[in-house]
Write a protein that binds this ligand. Sequence first.
Ligand code: SF4
Length: 259
Amino acid sequence: MPRDTSTGPVGTVAERVVALNARYRHHGATAVLERALTDPDLGKVALVSSFGAESVVLLHLVSVIAPETPVLFVDTRMLFQETLDYQRELAEKLALCDIRTIRAHPKRVEFEDPDGTLNEFNTDACCNIRKVEPLERALKEFDGWITGRKRYQGSTRQDVDFFEAEGETRIKVNPLAHWGREDLEDYIVNNRLPRHPLVAKGYPSIGCAPCTSPVKPGEDPRAGRWRGQSKTECGIHFINGKAVRGPVGDASNNEENAA
Ligand code: SF4
């Protein structure tokens, strides 16, 4: 059923998050997507996807349940060629009809990172220009966004609910909050979905090429992200409509959260 977006949601973000979590408390991922996407308390929603290692699960769910949902793909122009190829493959296979590729403004990159080496000495600034700012601009027209945040992903995410407030501006929807790694694997296998080609080469978490390395058996799946640095998140989250860098409790976010 098409969502009525003619009138915006009523009430504060915090009030709506409480109501939505209570309403969908006993639902699973599919039901949350199916029913919440048409819930007036949620409003206009986009899926943000990195087309990374686990992205195919949410992309497939959305393609089946609500294929008209806009999919925002942040292309930092630093991605692996394999990711760009995989993005095209999935768009075709899943018949996603509204993929919006989000990029930094060329003049901004030219001014801040003219030779493309900013990632070598200031990863926060590089992520800010190439990910945080473009995504913030793209999300301005939405009341919420669907993420791939899951409880199993770490200590700051153990309490992740289906719905989270992002300041006073937007609601994050985390349909896979209660899924474990095995659930994702089962879903991919059972639905015969294509894997990101780098997964088989030792990349369980995939971001930009200069900042992602393969991991060894037994290492944390995210050990290959910004290896050797204290940085663990790209900083895509917003407080009261402003982009805030780095993790902030369970409001932290990154492009792996993007489905
Ligand atoms: S992950 Fe690396 S290359 Fe990509 S935006 Fe951040 S610092 Fe730049």
